[in-house]
Write a protein that binds this ligand. Structure first.
Ligand SMILES: [Zn+2]
Length: 460
């Protein structure tokens, strides 16, 4: 028996079924019921958010043979409704703009459009990826849009509306499709699995929704891939294994090592993940995703819906946030992001990755470098003044200071060493000299704060 992909089998059939596009569904349905129907519609949005489904629903609504006029509730049973649903109706012509982008193609369309529809109310042209049309093709299209025959409707779909000429845009009623929320995607996947008589761990669905990044089609193709392995219940472990994602627990350990300042644990964690066959890119991306969850839990509270993880995984994340603050996590994310980009162009990506983890785990020793950069940046800006530079500089180390443990707080030796290097550099460059002056002032401030109050910073 041949297998039809889920995206086709579960394509939304009515406006009510259109996932994550409630506003658009309501507006279109109202337009249909009130009889104020445009000649041309433009559906924009990233791939997999329901543009084609909405176009077919609209076509069914316009042409349903059971109704006397356009309706927001097509019967879904007549020969027109069923043919449109699968994209095979004689009066609803679907055209791929990417491969039919020449002026001759539009001339042919115009030649055919003058003939009345075969059996339906309207002859409907659905042109996908319409932005791919050539300039001359757009000009030809404009001619028919200016004076369309009464029996013709156009539905254009595009991922790149900015490439469509203004003359065309102004003749279309435009609908901007949103990316679909993770919660909506997960809920839809749940409905589909129910239809397939399969169960799934909520965490597994959340993972798929996260990977799909707002595209239902992507979510469904991931689900297709997962269901090809015969199993009664879809588990989070299976999602990780099938898609080659690093296991949550291992990423937890890796980030835990970094957070605790345990360089060895961090490097061992990395090695373990590599041994399991994960690419460095996957590992760093998983670490970024993990840190994002920590950041959101710290910023928005433990119950936030922005974090998809549930059950034990969520509890483990919450436990990991203890002893961390938002500034530290933001620092982790920015370094990891930088690392992920740098690794792509490096022939020694593993060493780079390890160096990145060492930098994060031993972050106190790198504070001085960060501060120098901050000072250099503020000193270079044209409006820079001493007070501004001081402010900017004293904020940055403060964020990092709060991670410093009590024993490490007393240890300012590496910072002094760094400032000595900077003094050497200052002999060559007056800008650096000024910076070093400021920087030394900051160090004094920091040292004073350390001896006066070691707890205040954590809460500040
Ligand atoms: Zn019908």
């Amino acid at each position: 028996m041949s297998y039809t992909v889920l995206a086709r089998r579960y394509r939304s059939n009515t406006f009510a079924e259109l996932v994550g596009q409630k506003a658009i569904a309501t507006t279109l349905a109202n337009a249909l019921d009130s009889g104020r129907i445009a000649h041309a519609f433009l559906f924009t949005g990233v791939r997999g958010v329901g543009k084609t489904s909405a176009a077919r629903i609209l076509a069914k609504s316009l042409n349903c043979l059971e109704a006397n006029e356009p309706t927001s509730k097509p019967c879904l049973k007549c020969s027109s409704c069923t043919a449109v649903h699968v994209g095979e109706d004689i009066d609803v012509i679907e055209i791929d703009g990417a491969s039919n982008n020449k002026v001759e193609d539009v001339h042919e369309l115009r030649g055919n459009a003058i003939y009345r529809p075969n059996r339906s109310r309207f002859k409907i042209y659905i042109i996908d990826e319409v932005h791919m049309l050539s300039n001359s093709a757009f000009n030809a299209l404009l001619k028919i849009l200016e004076e369309p025959p009464g029996h013709v409707k156009f539905i254009f779909a595009t991922t790149e509306p900015q490439k469509i000429p203004a003359t065309i845009l102004s003749r279309c009623q435009r609908y901007d499709f949103r990316t679909i929320s993770q919660a909506d995607i997960a809920a839809h996947l749940q409905r589909i699995l129910k239809g397939e008589k399969l169960a799934a761990e909520p965490e597994a669905l959340a993972q798929i929704a996260r990977l799909a990044a707002g595209s239902m089609r992507d979510a469904l193709s991931i689900l297709d891939q997962l269901l090809s392995v015969n199993q009664k219940k879809l588990t989070s472990k299976q999602v990780e294994q099938t898609l080659g994602m690093p296991h949550f627990r291992q990423v937890l350990e890796l980030v835990g090592g970094v957070a605790a300042g345990d360089v060895r644990a961090a490097l061992d964690g990395l090695d373990k993940l590599i041994e399991l066959g994960h690419s460095l890119e996957q590992i760093v991306n998983a670490a970024i995703g993990h840190c994002r969850s920590l950041m959101l839990l710290l910023s928005c509270g433990e119950k936030t819906e922005l974090v998809a993880a549930g059950g034990d995984n969520r509890q483990a994340l919450i436990e990991q946030t203890a002893g961390l603050d938002v500034a530290t996590i933001v620092f982790f994310i920015s370094v990891l992001e930088e690392l992920s980009r740098a690794m792509r162009f490096s022939s020694s990506a593993r060493a780079l990755c390890e160096a990145g983890l060492v930098r994060l785990a031993g972050r106190e020793r790198f504070i001085s470098t960060e501060a120098i950069i901050a000072l250099l940046e503020s000193a270079q800006s044209p409006q820079s003044s001493t007070s501004r530079a001081n402010r900017g500089a004293s904020q940055k180390p403060k964020a990092v200071q709060s991670q410093t443990s009590k024993t490490e707080r007393a240890n300012l030796v590496p910072k002094k060493r760094a400032s000595k290097e900077a003094v050497e550099a200052s002999k060559r460059n007056p800008l650096v000299s000024k910076t070093v002056e400021l920087f030394n002032g900051v160090i004094m401030e920091v040292s004073k704060n350390h001896s006066e109050d070691s707890s205040g910073l954590n809460h500040g």
